[in-house]
Design a binder for this molecule. Structure first.
Ligand code: 9MR
Ligand code: 9MR
Length: 867
């Protein structure tokens, strides 16, 4: 409790006249332990669900609700602040309490009434509000039952404009609120988006039937196309439900509007299709454009409802981000930290969380260079996303990630200042604002918070990724990233234990982390992958994280980043000794095996344990990140079991769960759409949009850290600890680090097409760089046809890791686009007989940095074995 609030509560209660038709007699003693009937009466959850009419905008600051009321309105009831849906029981005793102030001062009337004409009054309390807040309390009985009465503070009728504030509004008495029963729809739980034709197809049925039950799969027209028997699974710990499972994997025929019927219940409809997730790739990435700070959002690109002026470019009422001072006493300079993405539902920008989100977008792109199913990145090429930079010659996903990278670079402490080279942990509002609030309307002062080692290493890691990935497109930017990365890493080593404070959570999240061994490992890996330098190899090898199991059952996240380094070390070509590389890759497949085992244990089929401590804030992203490990194991091994595990894991996110909800807006028959967001506040203001299609909710969180969820969901089984309400930031926020996980897996899923059998390898490539000198290298490539039929006409494709450029070549025609190299046969070596080979060579240029052999080379689109 704040001290100001405590003072208010101690202020003497003023006894006031009780008026109004039907009001019962006043009582001295409020009922003991009476239930609270007002929601968010202390405004700790912002403005919602309060509404007003005839007033200025409502703001919730420091636990008070304030607004302005124009002077000269004829009646008290010409302006009001209220709450609907207040349940009243006839004859029951209630105590209405509130604190109110008004400047310059006016009469106020609190009325409990029928919420529509004829507005029958059940009870009314008159108060005189002055510049000093006064506590008013009155006890009465109400004459009627009404499950949805209205409490309204009538505040009109003063001669002068008033600033009116309310605090600690409470109505105690009557019956306890009805227990919350979520509407969970049919008891047959499926992936509401659907299933890939060759992929796994599983569903979960909530039933108390002890024995297996028959199931029927129906086409849209109603015809039964497959049938079988369920498997009884007993009580599922995560949901507390008795369940059975259905496996209809063997049905592979594409169709739409299919349904599954078991135990007299029919599932939501779903599709079977190899193009199921094609649009999710762009949808999940579009979220980032909608979250951009410092640029007007173009409605022509992503829909008029999302158009808005640029936020935080120093235009009033914004107070930033073009010249942002530190918090008092932290530094004596200001930084231009414009741009970047708003972190989540708030307007803060955090280097730590920006780091993992940027990593995952960059890695989504980098994966297209090493994963056989990614088709060389064509699906993520320039012109594939709805961003303003489309058609600039750079893949759009890199344009989007650069928006954040430029911000991260601006957060670095300038040379000549204390802690130069480190990164400020975060920049955000001085105080929390209410919801909704468009970024350009945020009036709060913005402040830089102290630098931290964690933020500095997030900058080092992502800037190092930047250095290699942008090199083919913008050498100047890549060089700027390289410099920032090495400076940041050196600064972190010089200041290895500067931690963000866990209590620095006013106006923005804390994102505190007091173990940065994982960030050190991740940054060393990224720098090693980009530079090839021995010093980083030494550091990463010496890290305790290099030899521990970095893949926990609950997945990686912003606070546990060692897995980011491990996954990149396993997938991005590098010079690690062969035995070491094998060990690194085996750690990924071993983790994937553990996730597969967990997914088989869970009756809802997800790779996450079913205990309450696994369902924490943002767990949906951790579940997806476990799917990312499964997907990476598939990319490394081409063992379809891993692919199928990753595909199946997503069933949970799209509706195969206790609540029968898809956690991705716009995807599935019944999807989350009221995520906690100051921008996408449709639930609070119908003129505002829901989050755009492809926005992921944080998900079930048994810790229930927000008051709305705490009150509504107390005692929930872990998988039930979620509500699709804008007030619940602990279960239902949007966030860049969650959507980055979704974007990564969406791209992987879309790449799987029908998820058919993995083709056998019919080629082997030997790639040898047999000469290197400062500025250049020469490489020879031999491809062997290991299949049974001749290859006639060949095209070999691979990607460099950084800025390498082909300068000359022989025995093939070699072209290059970005980092991707394509070598096409000459007429004289067009045919390669079974067992035969073709050899060609090239001379390349590089400004330095790592130049490892590629790990993926494709022959006419099919992956070859590479040595
Ligand atoms: O809106 C904020 C959300 O982005 C954060 O995740 C969350 C926890 O830090 O806090 C939310 O802000 C609330 C604040 O913590 C308490 N006052 C009400 C704010 C809005 O609901
Ligand atoms: O994702 C964060 C979660 O791991 C933490 O437990 C939680 C409380 O500190 O904060 C979450 O991050 C929020 C951040 O603090 C403020 N912006 C919104 C983020 C998502 O809810």
């Amino acid at each position: 409790m704040t001290s100001s609030r405590r003072r208010l509560l101690l202020a003497a209660a003023t006894t006031l006249a009780l008026t109004g038709a039907g009001a019962g007699a006043a009582h001295a003693d409020p009922p003991a332990d009476a239930p609270e009937q007002i929601e968010n009466g202390d405004f700790s959850a912002g403005v919602s669900p309060w509404f007003s009419y005839g007033t200025g905008p409502l703001t919730a600051t420091d636990g008070r609700l304030c607004t302005t009321v124009p002077g000269g309105l004829a009646n008290l009831w010409d302006a009001g602040i209220g709450q609907d849906g207040v349940p009243l029981t006839a004859g029951a005793e209630y105590t209405l309490g509130f604190a109110v102030s008004a400047t310059p001062g006016t009469a106020v009337k609190a009325v409990l009434q029928l919420g529509a004409a004829p507005y029958t009054t059940y009870a009314a309390v008159d108060a005189t509000a002055t510049g000093t807040a006064q506590r008013v309390e009155q006890t009465f009985t109400v004459p009627d039952d009404n499950s949805g009465a209205q409490l309204i503070f009538q505040v009109g009728g003063a001669a002068d404009t008033q600033t009116i504030c309310l605090d600690d509004v409470s109505l105690r008495g009557g019956e306890p609120p009805e227990p919350y029963e979520p509407d969970t729809g049919p008891r047959v739980r499926v992936n509401q988006v659907g299933y890939l034709p060759g992929g796994p197809k599983n569903a979960t049925v909530v039933t108390t039937a002890p024995a297996p039950l028959p199931w029927q799969l129906r086409a849209a027209g109603g015809a039964v196309v497959a049938s079988g028997t369920t498997t009884a699974r007993g009580v599922d710990a995560a949901s507390g439900q008795a369940v059975q499972t259905v496996d209809f994997t063997s049905y592979r025929t594409p169709g739409s509007g299919l349904t599954l019927t078991v135990d007299g219940e029919t599932s939501h409809p779903f599709d079977i299709s190899g193009t199921l997730y094609d649009r999710l790739r762009a949808d999940s990435l579009q979220f980032f454009y909608a979250q951009r700070s410092g640029i007007a959002i173009d409605g022509d690109l992503i829909g008029e409802q999302y158009a808005r002026p640029a936020g935080h470019l120093g235009v009033a009422p914004n107070q930033g981000d073009t010249s942002v001072p530190c918090q008092p006493g932290v530094c004596d300079y200001s930084l231009d930290v414009r741009g970047g993405w708003y972190d989540a539902g708030d307007h803060g920008k955090y280097v730590v969380n920006g780091g993992i989100a940027t990593y995952q977008l960059l890695n989504t792109f980098e994966r297209t260079r090493t994963a056989a199913t990614a088709a060389g990145g064509a699906k993520l090429a320039d012109g594939t996303l709805r961003v303003p930079e489309r058609d600039n010659g750079v893949p759009d996903i890199l344009d989007e990630a650069r928006w954040e990278l430029e911000f991260l670079l601006r957060m670095q402490v300038p040379a000549g200042q204390p802690l130069a080279g480190m990164a400020h942990h975060k920049i955000h509002d001085r105080n929390w604002t209410g919801l909704p609030l468009a970024p350009h309307q945020d009036p709060q002062p913005r402040e830089l918070h102290p630098p931290s080692t964690a933020a500095t290493l997030n900058l080092a890691a992502t800037a190092a990724q930047c250095a290699r990935l942008y090199a083919p497109y913008d050498a100047t930017f890549a060089a700027r990233c390289a410099t920032a990365a090495t400076r940041a890493y050196a600064a972190a080593k010089a200041h290895p234990a500067v931690y963000a404070s866990p209590s620095d959570g006013t106006g923005g999240g804390a994102y505190d982390d007091a173990d940065v061994t994982d960030e050190f490992y991740w940054a060393a890996v990224e720098l090693y992958l980009s530079t090839g330098a021995q010093s980083y190899l030494t550091d990463l090898t010496a890290s305790p994280q290099h030899t521990t199991d970095v893949f926990s059952p609950q997945g990686f996240g912003w606070q546990s980043t060692a897995a980011l380094g491990r996954l990149d070390l396993a997938t991005v070509p590098n010079g690690l000794p062969a035995a070491e590389l094998t060990r690194v890759r085996t750690s990924v497949t071993a983790a994937a095996d553990a996730y597969l085992a967990e997914l088989r244990r869970q009756a809802y089929g997800l790779p996450m344990p079913g205990d309450a401590s696994s369902y924490f804030w943002g767990a949906n992203s951790n579940i997806i990140n476990n799917a990312v490990v499964l997907a990476t194991a598939f990319d490394l091994t081409r063992n379809a079991t891993y692919r199928d595990g990753a595909v199946q894991a997503m069933d949970y996110l799209f509706g195969r769960n206790a609540l029968n909800i898809s956690y991705v807006t716009g995807w599935g028959e019944h999807a989350a759409e009221n995520q906690h967001s100051r921008i996408f506040g449709h639930q609070l203001d119908p003129n505002l949009p829901h989050p755009p299609a492809g926005s992921l909710a944080g998900g079930a969180n048994a810790a229930l850290q927000d008051p709305f969820a705490a009150q509504l969901l107390a005692g929930c089984a872990p998988m039930f600890c979620y509500v699709d309400d804008i007030n619940s930031y602990a279960t239902n926020e949007v966030a860049i680090n969650w959507n980055s996980a979704l974007a990564w897996i969406a791209s992987f899923l879309a790449d799987q097409g029908n998820a058919g059998a993995v083709p056998a390898t019919t080629c082997a490539v030997r790639y040898t760089t047999h000469g290197s000198w400062p500025g250049g290298f020469t490489t020879q490539v031999t491809v062997r046809n290991t299949g049974a039929s001749p290859v006639t006409g060949w095209s070999l494709r691979w990607a460099f890791t950084g800025d390498q450029k082909v300068r000359s070549f022989w025995s093939a025609k070699v072209t290059q686009a970005g980092a991707t190299v394509t070598a096409t046969n000459e007429s004289w070596n067009a045919t390669i007989a079974p067992g035969g080979t073709a050899t060609f060579g090239l001379v390349g240029a590089t400004s330095g940095g790592a130049n490892p052999n590629p790990t993926l080379v494709t022959l006419n689109g099919a992956a070859c074995a590479v040595s």
